[in-house]
Design a protein around this ligand. Structure first.
Ligand code: ZN
Length: 423
């Protein structure tokens, strides 16, 4: 190994207290979405950290009309941070380094304050430590290490800290890609330290179906129209469609799970939420159902929505409901990646081999079960060679109680970044 790189790695290993300070600062701001209320406060904390490292910064606020269609209770401005710094060693090559600042809401079962990073027995606990504010802390520290060692990155750095990844619809990075802020190639900090190569991500669509009836006294139900009765034939058609959809398979290998129906990626058709009725002696006047549909890259969005609409129409032919309303919320498109065909992905694999001692055989290449806003970048710019890295692991309980990262992995992530960006 290059002696300057060895010196940087040695220094990175001494930065545990420093990186923990950054963790505490980023975890302390409650950026749960919905509502995503504190994005501006989060940027207030992070922007000066990048400025202190010589970055120029710009706040890019998403115009309200672009998020109006999102069917969730959102509050506060959608403030994205773009921090840029050129490097004398870049030859004009650029990399856009992406992280999102929002986190999912907390739920029962925490043994730690989710909004206070807590180091306990080699692990840092807190909401967003793994997904994915912790990656911002390790990025900042990795840059500090390179600066202290006089190591210039091989790229001009464009850091995008973005909003609303956890809800989709119109995530900040899509807006930044549309507005020309995303340049060079994309390095996504949404990954982990496990040796994995993503070959695809799923698309996601929520469809809300509401049958409309007419309320009335349950003792005189012949003058009312029951919206729950009205949705039953629609549910039957949707349930039949679920069987058809879930029998499909992608040509992309799926996330290996012993209970998975296939070793390939498969679509998911979830009847997720149903709401109707207020009191047993009132005939309900509306019944709404939310379908959460996960689609594979072999399917396309228009067909996915089209077959759901057709099933609803078939059900409505047999329904007593007076009317039906259908709302479609496209959370994320699906994406296929270049995998190891991509030079940037290969470079990331080399970084992992160097830092962790992994061999080629250790890497598992598969499609993911989740969806990502990188699919919006792919759709907008055509990019499919997007390496992922981050300080978490598959077992980090992202979105769960007691989410954590290991301090060892945080240091490893810093080394991966140093190698990827400068060597
Ligand atoms: Zn995330």
């Amino acid at each position: 190994m290059d002696s300057r790189e060895q010196a940087a790695f040695d220094r990175a290993a001494t930065m545990t207290e420093r990186v923990y300070e950054h963790f505490k600062d980023v975890i302390a701001i409650d950026t749960s979405v919905p509502p995503g209320l504190n994005y501006d406060r989060f940027v207030d904390v992070v922007e000066p950290k990048f400025q202190a490292l010589g970055f120029d910064t710009e706040r890019v606020v998403i115009p309200d009309e672009l998020i109006d269609g999102i069917p969730l209770p959102l509050e506060g401005p959608r403030v994205n941070l773009v921090a840029t710094r050129t490097s004398p060693a870049s030859n004009g090559e650029q990399v856009t380094i992406y992280a999102h600042m929002d986190v999912v809401p907390i739920e029962e079962g925490w043994n730690y304050d989710p909004f206070q990073a807590t180091l306990d027995d080699g692990r840092i606990y807190g909401r967003g430590t793994a997904d994915m504010k912790g990656a911002i802390a390790s990025l900042l520290t990795a840059i500090e290490v390179m600066d202290a060692e006089g190591i210039d990155p091989a790229y001009d750095l464009i850091v995008c800290i973005c909003t609303d990844e956890e809800i989709g619809g119109y995530p900040g990075i899509w807006h930044l890609a549309k507005e020309g802020y995303v340049k060079g190639h994309m390095l996504c900090l949404e990954g982990g330290q496990d040796p994995r190569i993503g070959l695809a991500s799923a698309g996601a669509v929520d469809v809300t179906v509401t049958t409309i009836g007419r309320s009335g006294h349950s003792g005189m139900n012949f003058i009312a129209v029951n919206a729950i009765d009205g949705i039953i034939p629609v549910l039957n058609e949707l349930y039949a469609l679920k069987q058809v959809v879930e029998a499909r398979e992608s040509d992309v290998p799926g996330p290996a799970h012993p209970q998975a129906p296939s070793d390939k990626m498969t679509p998911m058709f979830n009847l997720s939420v149903i709401n109707a009725g207020r009191k047993s002696n009132i005939v309900p006047s509306s019944c709404s159902l939310i379908i959460n549909r996960r689609y594979i890259p072999d399917e396309n969005f228009d067909d996915v929505v089209g077959e759901i609409r057709e099933a609803i129409d078939r059900g409505m032919e047999k329904s007593v409901a007076e009317d039906v309303e259908v709302e479609v919320f496209h959370v994320y498109p699906a994406m296929r990646t270049a995998g190891l065909e991509g030079e940037h992905t290969r470079k990331m694999v080399e970084s992992y081999k160097l830092v962790h001692g992994y061999s080629d055989d250790d890497f598992v290449a598969s499609g993911g079960s989740g969806s990502t806003d990188m699919a919006n970048v792919h759709q907008e710019l055509g990019w499919n060679d997007i390496p992922f890295t981050g300080p978490g692991r598959m077992d980090s309980r992202a979105h769960g109680a007691n989410e954590f990262v290991r301090m060892d992995d945080v240091i490893a992530h810093m080394k991966v970044l140093i190698h990827y960006l400068a060597f």
